[in-house]
Ligand binder design. Structure first.
Ligand code: NAD
Length: 494
């Protein structure tokens, strides 16, 4: 059986004293195993990153940019190879995996513009003969801890900008689908990245805790579930590090009575069931405003009967399995308990039968869901769409703003005034207007509010440049030929 190990100082390495199974979710078989790093092995990766940082930081910006241009080419040319690796461990369909690679490429393209992003500021003559300028310098060693659901895109959200800014990195990918991170580290090396600048350690809490407690790690980027994000934020900030910890979500899509109902139904299906609902920007609550609810629910019910669910490698499949058997069972338990909570089960995906032992479930549609029900309050992270019926726009806004999460939301309407008001009113980090999954393009930054993000910085894009650098401000006077004077007063610029 293949063992996925670590990637430290430009080479695959690591003992296999402790391993974890890696499943093919379409068959349910553990087809690989991954080494779980000991604290010592993580320290070795941190030491490698620390040793490489001085020289990487001293390399010219143009040379750094070259790496990203070459990496972009490798990712574009070998997307299918990388997508197949993702599908073999995550289960998502190949076209979805290729889509993830293409969104990750946006972050590499952004990083290639590092010369522009790292430009500082300058003010001349702030006092007589005195100038001030600021520069952005790297934090040092950055640790990146990533979730299972985007094993290529989320590492690239972090690693591309961190490296562009002159940092070196230790990446700890999800133990559930670790192969893509090793592939990425090798691709970076092929693109010309010096050894030690990007290291990958595999494993679990032992590896993460070592990163959080190391005095040699300056910043932590984390993406995962809310309880872990919160604990990572607390522990790393108590250790004096800067932290951005992105958490879970419960994304609402509002459909106004004037919306194109057909378009809204299609968008809701795509956003709720794509990647089996295992996206942090998946739509999990549909808020039907006014008297359109029956037509909307009916439109969704009739269309989802035709969805093709099967192995991600089968080009006919539109949706694959869930990540693990335990997760599939947990998702199904929400659907099974929904009727007792008072929801109307329109489509019960748990009744769908599949051949073999893959972690499949069918898609579920629940109506008359209300706050307070478990299916409404929790992030289910599966192919379950809940419909909440409200009378007015104001009720829809109140519902969303009262929710503990604030990652993404969308409004479907033909009225520009309503859309503008929604943008103004809503307490959520990313908003779509007739766009169900408003993941910002790579030149903007990504982040939620409330329990969807702990820390101050959104991830990738312009905010990542500030997160991965420290600002230094330099005040300069060059001696002229006037006689020097002693003055103990506080220097004034007037
Ligand atoms: P997770 O929180 O279980 O794991 C994320 C990472 O943390 C993994 O690398 C894992 O090994 C590590 N980890 C798990 N338990 C830990 C512990 N006790 N101590 C230290 N480290 C630990 O998340 P997941 O199941 O891999 O991913 C799904 C979650 O991620 C969902 O909640 C989803 O909404 C969220 N997510 C959020 C975003 C976002 O941008 N906000 C993006 C993608 C995924």
């Amino acid at each position: 059986m293949t063992t996925i190990r670590h990637y430290i100082d430009g080479a695959e390495t690591g003992t296999t004293d402790r391993t974890l199974p890696v499943y093919d979710p379409a068959t349910g078989g553990a087809h690989r195993q991954v080494a779980a790093a000991s604290a010592q092995e993580v320290e070795q990766a941190i030491a490698s990153a620390k040793a490489a940082q001085k020289a990487w930081r001293a390399s010219s910006l143009i040379k750094r940019a070259d790496v990203f241009f070459r990496l972009r080419q490798i990712l574009a040319e070998r997307t299918d190879e990388l997508a197949a690796i993702v599908t073999s461990e995550h289960g998502k369909v190949l076209s979805d995996a290729a889509g993830e690679v293409s969104r990750g490429i946006e972050n590499v393209e952004f990083a290639a513009g590092l010369l522009h992003h790292l430009k500082g500021e300058r003010a001349e003559q702030v006092s007589r003969g005195v100038d001030v300028h600021s520069v952005k310098q790297p934090v040092g060693v950055v640790a990146c801890i990533t979730p299972f659901n985007f094993p290529v895109m989320v590492p690239l959200w972090m690693v591309a900008s961190a490296i562009a800014c002159g940092n070196t990195v230790v990446l700890k990918p999800s133990e559930k689908d670790p192969s893509a991170a090793i592939w990425l580290a090798k691709a970076f090396q092929e693109a010309g990245l010096p050894d030690g600048v990007l290291n990958v350690v595999n494993g679990d809490k032992t590896a993460v805790d070592t990163l959080l407690d190391s005095t040699d790690v300056g910043a932590i980027s984390f993406v995962g579930s809310t309880p872990i994000a919160k604990s990572i934020y607390e522990r790393a900030s108590a250790n004096g590090k800067r932290v951005q910890a992105l958490g879970g979500a419960k994304n609402h899509m509002v459909v106004m009575p004037d919306a194109d109902l057909d378009g809204a139904a299609a968008a809701a299906i795509s956003a709720a069931y794509g990647s089996a609902g295992e996206r942090c920007m998946a739509v999990s609550v549909l808020v039907a405003v006014g008297d359109i609810a029956d037509d909307l629910v009916d439109g969704i019910r009739t269309r989802i009967a035709d969805l093709r669910i099967g192995a991600g490698t089968d080009s006919a499949s539109e949706m694959g399995p869930l990540i693990t058997r335990e997760h599939r069972d947990k998702v199904e338990s929400y659907v099974k308990g929904a009727a007792a909570e008072g929801a109307t089960v329109i489509v019960d995906g748990t009744q769908k039968r599949f051949e073999g032992d893959g972690f499949f479930t069918g898609v579920s549609l629940l109506d008359n869901v209300r706050p307070g029900m478990q299916v409404y309050e929790d992030e289910i992270f599966g192919p379950v769409l809940s419909v909440v019926r409200v009378e007015t726009y104001a009720e829809a806004v109140e519902l969303i703003n009262a929710n503990a999460f604030g990652n993404g939301t969308a409004i479907f309407t033909r009225d520009g005034g309503t859309a503008r008001q929604f943008e103004f009113d809503i307490e959520v980090g990313m908003v779509g207007v007739n766009v169900p999954i408003p993941v910002p393009v790579g030149a903007f930054s990504f982040g939620g509010w409330k329990n969807s993000l702990f820390g101050d910085s959104h991830i990738y894009g312009p905010e990542s440049i500030n997160f991965y650098t420290r600002s230094k401000v330099v005040t300069t006077r060059w001696p002229d030929h006037t006689p020097a004077q002693v003055d103990l007063g506080f220097p004034s610029n007037h």
